[in-house]
Design a protein around this ligand. Structure first.
Ligand SMILES: Cc1cc2nc3c(=O)[nH]c(=O)nc-3n(C[C@H](O)[C@H](O)[C@H](O)COP(=O)(O)OP(=O)(O)OC[C@H]3O[C@@H](n4cnc5c(N)ncnc54)[C@H](O)[C@@H]3O)c2cc1C
Length: 389
């Protein structure tokens, strides 16, 4: 069936769902999005959009909006939790300088407005309970209502109903790490760079948002006790301050300004084996949830969205197009998920001589070949799915 005649139901109005809705509607498909939440811009804090994700936003016609709302990142500063900067990565060494920090709610709003402008219907308070594949796949709502389409896309995030239908129950395991996220006023006039403060068994990432008026904090701690994998669980700011009480004054000052904080448990999920069957398809976190240590959750969902739109426009047979989509995406998704899983320990070395040696190696690398330290990420940031065949 030509994409012009395709009726698509997308489950989830997150970044991946809204981006694929816009991509398909621009190519002529008839698209509805079902979202369980009562509002589009919900809780959430800062996100990073690297050049590979930005390429998709540009292809969707949203580059000017993003530039208006986001802070363009200039550098990443890796810092010892007491002794200051260990290594500075100048993002100017990348081929593209389009690396941004943005509030999740702002990006969601831009995507939702653009999707609506291209004819997409977004329906809120629509919790999907189950799906069933077929020539006309069906969607069963928790309310008892049903709907059908030619294609159902599960962009329903970490606890995806569509992933469950295609792959059975998931078996994520707790990484023994938890993360707090908070937003504080940028009282220190911090410039457009991300700072990573690295201490034993903990690290803190901070970067500016919204014209530099705010700082986004993500603080990671290793711990044995299990914590729920949820974006909306609140915690007491005192718990955060206590966990980082031995960090230097920069970090303690940021933590002191926190008034509201969310805590989430970090779980490792296998990349889904089955991404599509009988007109059901997965996208973004529903297919490949990733730990935050490469900051690629949003950019990978954007990449998926573009490639799925591309595959459906190029191939009229729905199931052949979905197979081509999975073939183009699964290797890269697995590589990013694995890289993120490997990254945390590097920040958390607790044995002082080992930490000293690792930091000395980073410093030396930064002195001898500063650009090479950044260029090691070319495979990730230099990949433009809007150009790749
Ligand atoms: C509320 C929220 C806050 C977040 N905050 C941050 C953050 O601060 N920093 C960060 O790096 N990442 C955050 N993320 C995750 C980040 O947005 C994703 O990792 C990334 O953008 C990939 O997006 P996605 O579209 O695949 O999934 P998500 O962004 O998780 O979107 C999934 C969407 O599907 C909806 N949904 C789920 N199940 C159903 C159902 N059964 N029926 C209908 N709708 C359903 C959800 O409500 C959600 O809107 C957050 C995600 C959510 C949902």
């Amino acid at each position: 069936m030509h994409i012009n005649a395709l009726r698509v139901c997308v489950i989830g109005a997150g970044i991946g769902g809204l981006a694929v809705a816009r991509a398909l509607a621009l190519r002529g498909a008839d698209v509805s999005v079902l979202e369980q939440a009562p509002e589009i811009s919900e809780v959430g804090a800062g996100l990073q959009i690297s050049p590979n994700g930005f390429a998709v936003l540009r292809a969707l016609g949203l580059d000017a909006d993003l530039r208006n709302l986001a802070v363009q990142a200039r550098a990443v500063s890796l810092r010892d939790y007491h002794k200051g900067e260990v290594l500075r990565l100048d993002l100017g060494a990348l081929d593209s300088g389009d690396y941004y920090f943005i509030h999740r709610a702002d990006l969601i709003e831009v995507l939702a407005e653009a999707a609506r402008a291209s004819g997409v219907r977004i329906r809120l308070l629509q919790k999907v309970a189950a799906v069933e594949g077929g020539a006309r796949p069906r969607v069963y709502m928790a309310s008892g209502a049903q709907t059908e389409a030619d294609l159902v896309i599960g962009a329903d995030g970490l606890h995806s109903v569509v992933r469950h239908a295609l792959n059975g129950p998931a078996t994520p395991f707790f990484t023994r790490q938890v993360a707090w996220r908070a937003i504080v006023p940028n009282l220190w006039a911090r410039g457009p760079e991300a700072q990573v403060h690295m201490g034993p068994m903990r690290h803190v990432v901070s970067y500016p948002l919204r014209g530099g008026d705010m700082l986004n904090l993500v603080a990671v701690q290793e711990r044995a006790a299990w914590t729920e994998e949820s974006w909306s669980q609140r915690d007491d700011p005192l718990a955060l301050r206590a966990a980082f009480g031995d960090f230097g004054p920069e970090v303690r000052a940021m933590m002191g300004a926190v008034e509201e904080v969310h805590l989430w448990g970090l779980f490792r999920h296998p990349v889904a084996k089955v991404w599509h069957r009988d007109g059901l398809a997965l996208l973004g976190d529903a297919a490949h949830p990733t730990l935050p240590f490469m900051a690629q959750g949003a950019s990978m969902a954007l990449e998926d969205a573009w490639v799925l739109g591309d595959a459906l426009a190029a191939e009229p047979d729905r199931d052949t197009a979905l197979a081509a989509y999975q073939a183009r995406r699964e290797g890269r998704a697995a590589r990013v998920v694995a890289a993120a899983s490997r990254n945390a320990w590097k920040y958390h070395l607790s044995f002082p001589p080992l930490r000293w040696a690792a930091h000395a190696a980073l410093r030396a690398g930064g002195r001898v070949a500063p650009d090479r330290m950044v260029r090691q990420f070319d495979w990730l940031y230099g990949h433009d799915v809007t150009r790749a065949a």
